[in-house]
Design a protein around this ligand. Sequence first.
Ligand SMILES: Cc1ncc(COP(=O)(O)O)c(C=O)c1O
Length: 364
Amino acid sequence: MNNDSNAKPINWLSREAVPEHVSQESVHKLSTNENPLGPSPAAIEAIRNFAPALAEYPPTGDGSLRQVLAEIHGKGLTPDHFFTTSSGSEGLEYIGRAFLRPGDECIICSPAFSVYNWAAGLQNASLVDVPLDPEKLTHRIDAILNAITEKTRLLFLSNPHNPAGTIISRDDMERLYSELPEHVTVVSDEVYIHYVDDPQYPDSVEDMFQGRNVVMLYSFSKAYGLAGMRLGYGIARPDLAARVAAFRRTFHLGTLVMEAGMAALQDTDHLQESVTLAQTGRSWLYKQLDRLGLHTWPSQSNFILVRLPVPAYEVAVRLLDYGVIVMPQAKSSMPDCIRVSIGLQEGNEAFIVALEQILGGTPG
Ligand SMILES: Cc1ncc(COP(=O)(O)O)c(C=O)c1O
């Protein structure tokens, strides 16, 4: 049993988190911000079509994928503005390798995505934490600027922020860039960008073309529904993109990964459907969480952070009995919160029904 103190720790990242009595068919995995629609059918077809070619090595470079990325992004970007990696997480590792040396400082804004710490740790760089505003869970631009020293090299920004879901506005980014010294590069982690509908969201590509020191990070694990594939990429000035790309292995992306990625990029209908599903589900969930009187923060992502009036970890454990897996936030120093990914409507409903029962219908 999961809540037996002798049991092994619950792996919230996995469907196996649910107890044995819950059938796997009824599981709603709302803990890891994946695409509940699954991958694009075009990506699946590409995987099938290219499977027989697996005896041969993949193409020696990632030029074809970067070409498609440049076409999809438009805005005057060329393949030289891109670097590709086996996941956004690996992209963060390469960025760390490219920019950080022992003794350098690197700013994170906690609660921060754990891979930022790891990427800095690999280089023996020091982490400087500038926590989000404790009420609004937004980035504190002045505090970030005050934390910058001669040794600062990287500033990791999650925009939209995981797990808060909040964004840094265009105006705030402008203020930050206008005072940022030349020796600091912003890592704008935009893996949730597709779900944003706030016109205040900044355009980092435009910022880069205006000469700002920024490296953008993207992933195929979210709106493209390919988390199991492990594929990510970044955009930066060509000299910086080449500096990061220098850390790739030979044949760093397999044939199926590249083909599935290119097919997913070109299937704009699937992307649109995925984004609409998340945005519609997000609105519906906000109404329901509001009805239950629960505190939330404005998310521009495919998840919502929810504050509970009772110990959140226990609620997350009890939700497992209903087949609903969410992410408790104790490790993010928010023990009263859970993060719920937007699922299919049936998953969102299962979550709300279960939560309402657990909270007894009378949450504070
Ligand atoms: C903020 C943030 N950045 C980067 C990633 C990396 O994603 P992946 O390694 O699956 O591409 C994630 C994944 O959850 C994330 O939440």
